[in-house]
Design a protein around this ligand. Structure first.
Ligand code: NAD
Ligand code: UDP
Length: 314
């Protein structure tokens, strides 16, 4: 049994992680500044003796006693992370320094939720962990991409300099229940638009690809990685290698929702990666992890969750 600190714990991935940790008997200190989430994601946990919720911004130091840190605090949707780009970089970089400092003081293991964005708009396909990426350092996505890259640098420097046990997880696009309906990411946008029979906003010609992983698979991978031997520092890719274009995604969602929405083609945002697909050989061979939920089943779960949200407005 562990006492885990989960930063960004009331967010989409963080709240599922809190559930999974509690379900296996760990206790959780959930820290969040509620920038992109609401307490409602963890409302069902409030009042439990093994769960504590603390409003705190990871840009400021935190002094608590725990024995593991999962560092997830950071807006993940391009719309959200570009809203206040300076804060995004601060969250990634200063947040990482604060969590690494805490881990060093306590002598505990710390996991970083890094991202496929460290590969930028990649020239090799699928992306493996040896690829250094192609990232624009001065564009609108840079606050996130470079912030996460710098956080990885800090993790490895604390590991080398202080012998800290680190786990650097490169997460590819993940979706599922509890995504914020106004999050701006493609899966939530398309589902909400399809449900309301509003135009589906395809950016560019819709041939750009992503590989979508269902949240339960991702959280299973996160726990397995955190529990793995200290030598496995990462970075390790986690995602679903099934690649899909945005046009295909739109068509699947339209069918699932039985929607009358039309496609509305809009300009492709600057530096939007054209293709993205994880090579998950390391996760498979070192952890025996691979995703189990296919896109169809995962989208069904997600659609029924969004139906519930729309039918039960707060
Ligand atoms: P999310 O926006 O739902 O959750 C992020 C959480 O962090 C929110 O609850 C937000 O309020 C909190 N937060 C933001 N800044 C903070 C700060 N300064 N101090 C404290 N809390 C802060 O996003 P998510 O999809 O759950 O992503 C979680 C993590 O996983 C992020 O670090 C993200 O970069 C990473 N990630 C997610 C994906 C994905 O597809 N979901 C892909 C790659 C990486
Ligand atoms: N996208 C889209 N319509 C939308 C939202 C996103 O076509 O309403 C595209 C976006 O341009 C990108 C892909 O979907 O190519 C995934 O975008 P998202 O914001 O979900 O995440 P990203 O992988 O870009 O961080």
């Amino acid at each position: 049994m562990h006492e885990a600190l989960v930063t960004g714990g009331s967010g989409f991935l963080g709240s599922h992680l809190c559930d999974a940790l509690l379900a296996r008997g760990d206790s959780v200190l959930c820290v969040d500044n509620f920038f992109t989430s609401q307490r409602s994601n963890v409302k069902h946990l409030i009042g439990r003796t093994d769960f504590e919720l603390l409003r705190h911004d990871v840009v400021f130091p935190l002094h608590v006693e725990v024995d593991r840190i999962f560092n997830l605090a950071c807006p993940a949707s391009p719309v959200h992370y570009q809203f206040d780009p300076v804060q995004t970089t601060k969250t990634s970089v200063i947040g990482a320094i604060n969590m690494l400092g805490l881990a060093k003081r306590l002598g505990i293991r710390v996991l970083q939720a890094s991202t496929s964005e460290v590969y930028g708009d990649p020239t090799i396909h699928p992306q493996d962990e040896g690829y250094w990426g192609r990232v624009n350092p001065i564009g609108p996505r840079s606050c996130y991409d470079e912030g996460k890259r710098c956080a990885e640098t800090l993790f490895f420097d604390y590991h080398r300099q202080n012998n800290l046990e680190i786990k650097v997880m490169r997460i590819f696009n993940t979706y599922g229940p509890r995504m914020h309906p106004n999050d701006g990411r493609v899966v939530s946008n398309f589902i909400i638009q399809a449900m309301k029979n509003e135009p589906i906003t395809i950016y560019g010609d819709g041939t750009q690809t992503r590989s979508f992983c269902y949240v339960d698979d991702l959280i299973g991978g996160m726990l397995a990685f955190m529990d793995s031997p200290p030598e496995l520092t990462g970075p390790v890719n986690f995602g679903n290698p099934h690649e899909c274009s945005m046009l295909e995604l739109a068509e699947r969602i339209l069918q699932l929702v039985d929607s009358r929405s039309k496609l509305d083609f809009m300009p492709l945002p600057q530096d939007d990666p054209l293709q993205r697909c994880p090579d998950i050989t390391i996760a498979k061979t070192k952890l025996g992890w691979e995703p189990r939920v296919n896109l169809e089943d995962g989208l069904k779960e997600t659609v029924s969750w969004f139906r519930h949200v729309i039918d039960n407005p707060k």
